[in-house]
Design a protein around this ligand. Structure first.
Ligand code: M6R
Length: 613
């Protein structure tokens, strides 16, 4: 959740760190802070609120020039988001500063121990105790890295910790357990961050730290060990995108840019994965045909938007492969004693690859003997690293907190896997793979076409800006699209929004309808067995006073007389329709939040990467 940056090198360290924090602000934006080492002392500046508040503070009270700095943007867990609780936290003697992402679960016990020893705590955070524990450990350990090793052995929970010490300039030390941390290798300078975006403007060479590892960076060295000081092997990789991919590039909002990037993201996720004869090939899948022929159940686990993509994937997987598929919220999965064994394939879907609920669910699945396939957008992140197999979505960096292009590419990646499974098992039920491949290849252009409806969708959003709630209904794959439309509106416009299976309306939710309530209806293509049923649903809601906004394919005139507004979708097969039908719902939520004056890219209370359970 929080964003972490560390730097040692020839540049002005606080500037490098604050620039890095700006690129990580999507991770958390309750407060921000920076600490530098200069002239044998530590200086900090920290401020509640967005990063701009910290920048203003640094302009008002400049920091001493320095080549060593750490910085943090916070998503509060322990203690309110105020100046005092903002990181970095400093030991009582002022010699050690610490920043932290995660939750230290034995915090209360360690706090009581420190209080009993006479330490005065200034904040309500779990992080501050680490600064005091490090200071207490220094005489015995003799150096910061050894002190951090000793302290980490006492901590339980999830943490990335980064520390600097007053009398060791040119050194930043960090530890990682269950929270992300990457190292950037520069020339005469090195970086630490929660995400490569923080240092991509300086270097593309990255090293992902493993569990329970400690790293020490100086301007010219990177040393990685375990918590006991033993050297460990690390894998270095080159980041494939550059700094401009994580910029707004002329758009007012990251979300608008990311919505517009969806045709490319869909096309890129397909590139090289379908042969000219329609056969799917998934390099790096690392699951043998024999294994795939033997699986008897698939469980998809994920959170939020990624979960909604899994709900859509279930329809395609079961239809094309006839393998039973369940979809489970990652936060619920391991607590319901699920039935898993070696013949269960678990698919963990995650844009960030760091979502703690999903990570814990997949670890549990592996402990039970299941294999895990990760569908992920972040190269080298924890979920794919710990999975048996991975299919990367090629969406590029997604910065806006509301997920858009990741959602479309998650659907594409799941469909590619479903087609591959059908190929391996010889079960291409319904349509032959070649035909699906052809249709999938056309979807990028269709997503581009549906973006042309955006102006009209924005006008509709303005009409409903004072509505107390908005409902979304769909059937089959249109149902998860309805859920996703409602999720987008809740998280961005802070409105009451619900998605329903249209057939369920009459079993309860129809009671919510009254004059003027906007209801979005996702209509399957003409000829689909559910088409006429949903046309009846439109009539039902309209008869009860709803204002109907109908998403229907071009040429479908059957809905005209029941729709107050029509959003036209390009023609495509029913199973592929979510790739186009969700786009106007993203635009609607984005516009609604904009008109209401909310921060679209950084909605309240949220963070892009949810690395706590
Ligand atoms: O990084 P992940 O895909 O694992 O994130 C899962 C959810 O936290 C995420 O999709 C969230 O629901 C989005 N903010 C929705 O727009």
């Amino acid at each position: 959740m929080c964003g972490i940056v560390g730097y040692v090198g020839k540049q002005q360290a606080s500037t490098v760190v604050v620039d890095g924090l700006r690129r990580l602000e999507y991770r958390g934006y309750d407060s921000a802070g920076v600490a530098i080492v200069a002239n044998g002392a530590i200086e900090t500046r920290k401020k509640a609120g967005k990063l701009t508040n910290l920048e203003a503070e640094i302009i008002q009270t400049p920091l001493t020039p320095s080549h060593t700095a750490i910085g943090h943007t916070r998503w509060a867990t322990h203690g309110a988001p105020n100046d005092v609780n903002a990181h970095p936290h400093v030991s009582e003697d002022g010699t050690i500063a610490v920043i932290h992402n995660g939750i230290i679960e034995n915090f209360a016990y360690l706090r009581d121990e420190l209080l009993a020893s006479g330490v005065t705590l200034r904040s309500e955070t779990d992080t501050e105790i680490v600064a005091h524990l490090l200071a207490a450990q220094m005489p015995a350990s003799g150096n910061l890295a050894d002190a951090l090793r000793a302290v980490c052995q006492r901590l339980t929970g999830a943490f990335t910790l980064v520390a600097v010490q007053a009398d060791t300039p040119d050194l930043v030390v960090a530890a990682r357990r269950n929270s992300p941390l990457v190292v950037g290798r520069g020339n005469g300078e090195n970086f630490l961050a929660s995400d490569v975006a923080a240092f991509i403007a300086h270097t593309r060479q990255a090293i992902e730290l493993g569990q329970d590892q400690i790293v020490e960076i100086t301007p010219t060295s990177i040393v990685v060990t375990d918590f006991f000081g033993q050297p460990v092997d690390v894998t270095e990789y080159e980041v494939t995108w550059d700094a401009s991919a994580a910029e707004k590039n002329g758009y007012d909002l990251f979300m608008l840019k990311e919505i517009a990037e969806q045709p490319k993201a869909v096309a890129d996720t397909l590139i090289g994965r379908i042969d000219t004869d329609g056969k799917v090939k998934l390099d790096g899948l690392n699951l043998s045909d024999e294994y795939l022929q033997g699986i008897d159940k698939i469980i998809i686990t994920a959170c939020g938007t990624a979960y909604n993509s899994g709900l859509i994937a279930k329809y395609a997987i079961e239809h094309w492969t006839r393998v039973p598929c369940e979809v489970e919220l990652a936060s619920e999965f391991r607590y319901r004693d699920p039935i898993l064994d070696a013949s269960t394939l678990v698919i963990a879907i995650s844009q960030s690859g760091e979502t703690m609920d999903t990570l814990m669910a997949m670890r549990y699945a592996r402990e039970q003997g299941a294999k895990v396939l990760a569908i992920c957008n972040s190269n080298g992140s924890t979920i794919p690293r710990e999975s048996d197999s991975v299919i990367y979505t090629i969406a590029g960096p997604e910065v806006a907190v509301a997920s858009t292009k990741a959602f479309l590419t998650q659907i594409v990646a799941c469909y590619l896997f479903a087609m591959y499974l059908a190929q391996v098992r010889g079960t291409a039920y319904g349509q032959p793979n070649e035909q699906i491949a052809l249709e999938l290849g056309r979807m990028s252009a269709k997503v581009d076409l549906v973006l042309d409806t955006s102006e009209g969708v924005r006008a509709i959003a303005k009409e409903f800006v004072n509505s107390p709630s908005v409902l979304f209904i769909g059937r089959s794959v249109g149902f998860p699209v309805a859920l996703e439309g409602a999720l987008k509106l809740k998280e961005l416009a802070y409105m009451h929004a619900e998605g329903f299976a249209a057939g369920e309306l009459k079993h309860g939710p129809i009671a919510l309808l009254e004059d003027g309530v906007p209801v979005f209806v996702i209509v399957p293509p003409l000829g689909d067995e559910l088409h006429d049923k949903i046309v009846s649903n439109i009539q039902e809601v309209r008869a009860r006073g709803a204002r109907t906004i109908v998403l229907a394919e071009e040429g479908d005139e059957s809905i005209n007389e029941f729709a107050h507004h029509i959003i036209r979708l390009p023609k495509c097969p029913a199973l592929l329709q979510p790739l186009v039908s969700v786009v106007p719902l993203q635009v609607f939520a984005c516009e609604m939040a904009t008109v209401k004056g909310f921060d679209v890219d950084q909605p309240r209370n949220l963070a892009k990467s949810v690395t706590v359970e």
